[in-house]
Design a binder for this molecule. Structure first.
Ligand SMILES: [Zn+2]
Length: 163
């Protein structure tokens, strides 16, 4: 069940719009594969403003806790989300300077009148989640001592040779 939260990004930024609410984690369909538990909500806040060169910006904030899958024991690991992103809309004909491209403090998006905030939230969650989450300390299921074992990776290296 995907949920759409659509704003007119141009008017929203110009008028310093503000939007906040709760988004069910279960509605983040592209994220669900990475989660152990999909109950609960993320809270979001979106604010519009004008940035430098009068460009329209959105500031997105996300809060919540996601239960991601530990790559070692396959149990859930609580991952607190704390996202604050600045997105700037750029018209097609505008050129980004090298400085802007290298600026990690914000992302650039093509100007869109109809902008799906729920899809943006989903994208940002996917970017934010760790690719191989683990508990700080947990045991592998069904294995004893690891000492003295040959690492499977060193065996693989020997088999594959040159990549
Ligand atoms: Zn674990």
């Amino acid at each position: 069940m995907s949920q759409r939260i659509v704003i007119n990004s141009l008017a929203f930024s110009r008028d310093a719009g503000s939007l906040h609410g709760e988004l069910p984690i279960a509605s983040l369909t592209r994220v669900l594969d990475m989660l152990v538990d999909s109950t609960g909500n993320l809270s979001y806040r979106v604010e519009g403003r004008l940035g430098s060169r009068n460009r329209r910006q959105l500031v997105l904030q996300l809060d919540g806790v996601l239960s991601v899958c530990c790559q070692r024991c396959l149990e859930g690991v609580d991952y607190p989300l704390d996202v604050r992103r600045v997105l700037e809309f750029v018209a097609d004909e505008e050129e980004l300077t090298q400085e802007e491209i290298e600026d990690d403090s914000k992302d650039f998006l093509p100007v869109q009148e109809e902008f799906d905030v729920a899809a943006l939230i989903e994208d940002e969650v996917i970017l934010e989640l760790p690719s191989a989450p683990r508990h700080e300390s947990c045991a592998l299921p069904n294995t004893g001592q690891e000492t003295g074992k040959i690492s499977p990776f060193s065996v693989l290296k020997g088999l594959t040779g040159k990549a």
